[in-house]
Write a protein that binds this ligand. Structure first.
Ligand code: ZN
Ligand code: ZN
Length: 534
């Protein structure tokens, strides 16, 4: 067996010790079961090694790509298999953790979630085989976002560790908040019976506020009709059975056909962000139904909020995992049989990237996916081309590698505001590798769609390098590198973060952005490299 690095060995040893104390199931290292991970490349001969002599705080995307040792997952968007992207496993873990984890989570819970994400990826890698990739980038599989320093650290600290059941990666789930009791998998998905996904008590939710949702019977009927339930008049809504965790099991719907359904299907029909969980009670008054509930999500497996609270009270990653997934073993992927053939791949585009000059020719644009409203004058292809060109130019200029981006052009200002939480005067919102744009007609009246796209792309490219720094550096840099390049003005005062993120008016926002650009220009004029600006 190849020798793992010291950092890695230490972490593994520590986790294993705790596991032994917790008497988790013994791993069966040589089970020859063929994994379902048809598309995942596991170079079994290569050890997953941490880069040598590096403090955890310094972990970069490139380190994680290297540490993946050729193990990649192919990520695509449903219906667009051609554009799938191979992402090194450990970088994928950091990127999903950045999207699915709690911001500012304690290290132990971030590490526990990193293990769950990695395990999920390996178990489910065959899921989109017919689409030509392993996993999609939506909530159907796992959502991705640019990695953060914390998510990279958590991936690094758990390099290669997965939860296994009988020697292969386990089929596991996690959700946002269980509200006090996790749910048995088979109570949500009746065909799924997994002994390590039982309902367990989670004693860290005592002070959680409950949520309420009020709907009329007719609104509920209409939502169910969209999900295929027939019948013209809903007479009542009743909880017919409760599951082991106390959640609603079957929901009775007298007057409709079928007259009862699984509460999970009921929740999905009403909208999973509206009816936040099935841990609800309900009261009907006339034609109004009031749901009062706890938690958010299906509640199966690890509870992300609960894991954070457990970490805050001193539990380790291994203890947290053992709590939510009793009976599973924690193992290194290189020791888990998966039965898949290696696939030759080049290192895919990653972000951020150290200042290495391009070896030959200009960098290629990474995959950009654009979503436009129906009937939009600007087509998705136009927008993808526009963003792709901006990305190629900027990536070369900044010495960073382009990464996959999703750009959503909104059809209405209301839609833009709802999706981003930004006031009407903001033109674009950039979160990780996702960009939301105000309607094209609105942008035309400002600096133009082109300029808005270029600035947003620049912000997305700059952000990973400027993690945890003042907002003006990112905003000012994005403006500076996309055409402003105004001369430095030595007298300008740099805007505070709040001036940019919570401006009180359109004029104040414009003024703060313009100061951000001037400050950026000033810092560059002093001879700083843009990466070093603070
Ligand atoms: Zn999927
Ligand atoms: Zn919980």
């Amino acid at each position: 067996m190849p020798v793992p690095s010291r950092v890695h060995a230490k972490i593994v040893a520590r986790l294993r010790l705790v596991l032994l104390r917790l008497r988790l199931a013994t791993a069966v290292f040589d089970c020859p079961r063929v994994a379902r991970a048809a598309g995942v490349v596991l170079v079994l001969a290569a050890a997953i090694m941490a880069p040598a002599a590096q403090t955890p705080a310094d972990v970069t995307d490139v380190d994680l790509a290297r540490a993946s040792r050729g193990v990649t997952v192919r990520i695509g968007s449903p219906g667009r298999g051609r554009d799938a992207l191979d992402i090194p496993l450990e970088l994928y873990v950091a990127q999903v953790l950045s999207a699915e984890g709690e911001p500012n989570a304690p290290e132990a819970s971030a590490q526990a979630l990193a293990v769950a994400i990695r395990t999920y990826a390996l178990f489910n890698a065959g899921r989109h085989q017919k689409d030509g990739f392993d996993l999609c980038d939506t909530t159907h599989c796992q959502v991705l976002r640019a990695s953060s320093a914390a998510s990279r650290r958590a991936a690094q600290a758990t390099l290669g560790l997965v939860l296994t059941y009988q020697g292969t990666p386990a089929d596991l789930y996690y959700s946002a908040s269980c509200g006090g009791h996790t749910e048995r998998a088979s109570d949500v998905w009746p065909k799924l019976s997994l002994p390590y996904l039982e309902a367990v008590e989670d004693d860290v939710h005592d002070n959680d506020p409950s949520w309420t949702l009020e709907k009329t019977l007719d609104e509920i009927r209409a939502a169910l009709a969209r999900a295929g339930v027939r019948g013209g008049r809903l007479e009542d809504v009743v909880v017919e059975t409760r599951t082991a965790s106390g959640r609603a099991g079957r929901v009775g719907l007298p007057g409709l056909d079928p007259a009862s359904m699984n509460s999970n299907d009921f929740r999905l029909a009403l909208g999973s962000t509206e009816l936040r969980s099935t841990a609800f009670t309900l009261v009907r008054s006339g034609d109004r139904v009031t749901f009062t509930g706890r938690g958010y999500g299906h509640g199966v497996g690890m509870c992300v909020i609960g894991a954070g609270r457990r970490a805050a009270r001193g539990e380790t990653a291994a203890q947290i995992l053992a709590r939510y997934y009793p009976g599973l073993a924690l193992e290194d992927v290189t020791r888990v049989r998966t039965g898949v053939a290696p696939r030759e791949t080049a290192l895919p585009p990653v972000l951020p990237v150290p200042p290495v000059p391009p070896v030959s020719g200009p960098p290629k644009a990474a995959y950009v996916r654009a979503l436009v409203p129906a009937g939009s004058r600007t087509t998705a292809a136009d927008l993808e081309r526009m963003a792709g060109e901006a990305q190629t130019k900027l990536a070369q200029r900044l010495g960073v590698t382009a990464s996959a981006l999703t750009i959503r052009l909104h059809g209405s200002l209301d839609g833009f505001r709802r999706a981003t939480g930004q006031p009407w005067w903001v033109s674009a919102a950039v979160r990780g590798r996702e960009i939301d744009l105000a309607p094209a007609a609105v942008l035309d009246q400002r600096d133009g769609l082109d300029r808005a796209v270029a600035r947003a792309v620049a912000e997305a490219l700059l952000a990973p390098e400027l993690d945890h720094r003042h907002v003006w550096i990112r905003v000012g840099g994005a403006r500076y590198f996309t055409g402003g390049e105004r001369p430095a003005d030595a007298r300008v005062r740099c805007p505070a973060d709040a001036d940019l993120t919570a401006a009180v008016s359109a004029a104040a926002q414009r003024e703060a952005e313009s100061r951000a650009e001037a400050c950026f220009a000033q810092a560059l004029a002093r001879g700083d490299d843009w990466r070093a600006i603070r």
